[in-house]
Design a binder for this molecule. Structure first.
Ligand code: AMP
Ligand code: ZN
Length: 490
C-alpha cells in the first residue's frame, strides 16, 4: 500500500498518515457560505482536497473513503443579500428570498466545481438541516460549564478550555492583542465567541431554550462533523484563513462537548491564491469568479492544472500566462493520449509525489517527463493517462475544449482524407493542411516562403493555430475559430 505523508498543522510535522479505520477514511472540508458565486480563491481548497480524495480512494479503495463538505446556508451575508433583493422589489417573503438565494448559489457552486473536475463529496450537509444537533451540543456545553447564556446569546467560555490556541500556535493574550475579537458588554471575556444569537423578525430563526435565534458559524461544522463522523475522524481541511478563529473554535467546542473523542487527527490548510501578484480584491479590479473565467473560454481543466502547479502549503499566483501555458501543455497531452484506453496502474512516481504531502507540483513535473517519453517511444500511454487522471486531468468528460489537430503530410491528397468527412470544416482543414505541407516542401526548395507565410497568416486570423513540424503541418481550430473565413480561402 502506498504511503501517504501529510503535514499536520496541529503538530507542524509531516507525518505518515494512518487512518483510524482504513475501511472508512473520513475527511471533512469546510465548504462555502452560499451567498454568491465562488471566486477563484475558493476553488483552490476544492481542487487541492479533491486530489487528496482521489489519492485516498486510490490507496484505500473508492468505497472506503467518506468525504464531507458542508454548505453554510445560514449567515448574515445571505440575509443581507435577501434583504437587498426584497428592497429591489423581488417578490416573496424574506424566508423565500433567503431559500431562493441559497438554492441558486448551491446550484452555481455545483456547476462551477463540476467544471473544474472536482468529484462531489459523499455528503454535503446544509447547516439549516442540523439545527437540533447544534442546539443539543450547545445545551451540553452549558451543562458542563463551557458555555453560558447572556442576553439571549450563548457564548463559549474560551478560558475553560486549556488547549485553546494550540492549532494556530497563539496564546489567548496574543489573540486578544490581534484584536480580531468582538468586544460586547454581555461577554465575560472578549475572547468568548458566539454559539447562538438572537434573531430579529427580519432574520431567519429557530426556537431554542434561549429564544428564537440562529447558530454561530463555528458550531455548525462541529455539529455536522459529529453527526456524520462521530467524535473522532481522520482529516479536517480548509483554507489557512480559517485556522483562526474558525478551526480553533471548532476544536474547542468539540473537545469540550466530547472529551473522549479526538475530533480531527490531521489538520490541513491551503495557503491563499493571489492574482498577478496582488491580493484578489474588487477595488483592484482583479477579482473574478470561476464562472467569469469559464465564460471567457478558459477551460475548467486549464484552471485545475494551474491550481495544482503550486504546492497547497505555499501562496500561489494566478496569471494569464500560466493559464496559456497550461492550455498548451494539456492540449499536447490530450493529443498524445487520443484514442488510448486508460490503465488501472498509474506510474509510481506520480503516486509517490502525491503521497509526499500532496506534492501536486512534483506530480505535474513527472507528468511532463512521462509525456515526453510516451511521445518519443509510443509506449506507456495508458499508464500516463491513469497518472494524469489521478490528478483529475485528461478525463474524457473534461475534454470538449480540446480539438485534436488535423495533420497534413506533403504528398497526401484530399482523396486520402476520409470521404465520410467530405464537405465538413474538418475536411476543408485537412485539405488545407496537406496543401500547406506541399507548399512547405516547395518553399524549402525555392527558398521563397511568401505563399506559405500568407496562408499561415490567413489561417491564424481565422482562429486556427498552425503547428509546423519538419514533415507535417498541424492545424488546430482554436476558441475563436471562424469557419466562414476558411470557406473564403478555398
Ligand atoms: P468562504 O466561503 O469565504 O468561507 O471560503 C470557502 C473556502 O475558500 C475556505 O476554505 C477558504 O479558506 C477558501 N478561500 C477563500 N479565499 C481564498 C483564497 N484567496 N485563496 C485560497 N483559498 C481561499
Ligand atoms: Zn468549518
Amino acid at each position: 500500500m502506498a504511503t501517504i505523508k501529510l503535514t499536520n498543522t496541529k503538530t507542524r510535522r509531516k507525518e505518515v498518515f494512518s487512518p483510524i479505520d482504513p475501511t472508512n477514511v473520513r475527511m471533512y472540508v469546510c465548504g462555502p457560505t452560499v451567498y454568491d458565486r465562488a471566486h477563484l480563491g475558493n476553488a483552490r481548497p476544492v481542487v487541492v482536497f479533491d486530489v487528496l480524495y482521489r489519492l485516498l480512494r486510490h490507496v484505500y479503495g473508492a468505497d472506503h473513503v467518506t468525504y464531507v463538505r458542508n454548505f453554510t446556508d445560514v449567515d448574515d451575508k445571505i440575509n443581507a443579500e435577501a434583504l437587498r433583493r426584497q428592497g429591489a422589489g423581488t417578490p416573496g417573503t424574506l424566508e423565500e428570498l433567503i431559500r431562493g438565494r441559497t438554492e441558486e448559489t448551491i446550484a452555481w457552486y455545483h456547476a462551477d466545481m463540476d467544471a473544474l473536475g472536482a468529484l462531489r463529496p459523499d455528503h454535503e450537509p446544509r447547516a439549516t438541516e442540523y439545527i437540533p444537533q447544534m442546539v443539543a451540543m450547545i445545551e451540553g456545553l452549558i451543562a458542563s460549564g463551557h458555555a453560558y447564556e447572556a442576553e439571549r446569546h450563548v457564548l463559549f467560555r474560551v478560558r475553560s478550555y486549556a488547549g485553546y490556541g494550540a492549532l494556530s500556535g497563539r496564546s489567548i493574550d496574543d489573540m486578544i492583542a490581534g484584536a480580531r475579537v468582538e468586544v460586547a458588554p454581555y461577554k465575560e471575556d472578549p475572547m468568548d465567541f458566539v454559539l447562538w444569537k438572537p434573531s430579529s423578525a427580519q432574520e431567519p430563526g429557530w426556537d431554542s431554550p434561549w429564544g428564537r435565534g440562529r447558530p454561530g458559524w463555528h458550531i455548525e461544522c462541529s455539529a455536522m462533523a459529529q453527526e456524520l463522523f462521530g467524535p473522532s475522524f481522520d482529516i479536517h481541511a480548509g483554507g489557512i484563513d480559517l485556522q483562526f478563529p474558525h478551526h480553533e473554535n471548532e476544536i474547542a467546542q468539540s473537545a469540550c462537548a466530547y472529551p473522549h473523542g479526538e475530533f480531527a487527527r490531521v489538520w490541513l490548510h491551503n495557503e491563499m491564491l493571489q492574482v498577478e501578484g496582488k491580493k484578489m480584491s474588487k477595488s483592484l479590479g482583479n477579482f473574478f469568479t470561476v464562472r467569469d473565467l469559464l465564460d471567457q473560454g478558459v477551460p475548467g481543466e486549464v484552471i485545475r492544472f494551474v491550481l495544482l502547479g503550486t504546492h497547497y502549503s505555499k501562496p500561489m499566483d494566478w496569471t494569464a500566462e500560466k493559464a496559456r501555458q497550461a492550455r498548451e501543455t494539456l492540449s499536447k497531452w490530450r493529443d498524445i493520449v487520443s484514442g488510448l484506453e486508460v490503465s488501472d496502474r498509474p506510474y509510481e512516481e506520480v503516486v509517490t509525489s502525491l503521497g509526499d504531502d500532496l506534492n501536486t507540483a512534483d506530480a505535474l513535473s513527472w507528468l511532463h517527463t512521462l509525456a515526453k517519453s510516451v511521445a518519443i517511444s509510443g509506449h506507456g500511454g495508458p499508464r500516463f493517462l491513469a497518472s494524469a487522471q489521478l490528478l483529475g486531468l485528461l478525463r474524457p468528460e473534461m475534454g470538449a475544449w480540446h480539438k485534436p489537430p488535423i495533420v497534413g503530410r506533403a504528398g497526401q491528397s484530399l482523396e486520402g482524407v476520409a470521404q465520410a468527412a467530405k464537405g465538413t470544416v474538418e475536411w476543408t482543414l485537412a485539405g488545407l493542411s496537406s496543401h500547406m505541407a506541399n507548399l512547405q516542401l516547395e518553399s524549402k526548395k525555392s527558398k521563397d516562403f511568401s505563399a506559405l507565410d500568407r496562408l499561415k497568416m490567413q489561417l491564424r486570423s481565422a482562429g486556427v493555430e498552425v503547428r509546423m513540424t519538419k514533415h507535417t503541418i498541424e492545424l488546430v481550430p482554436g476558441p475563436d475559430f471562424d469557419p466562414a473565413k476558411i470557406e473564403a480561402l478555398k
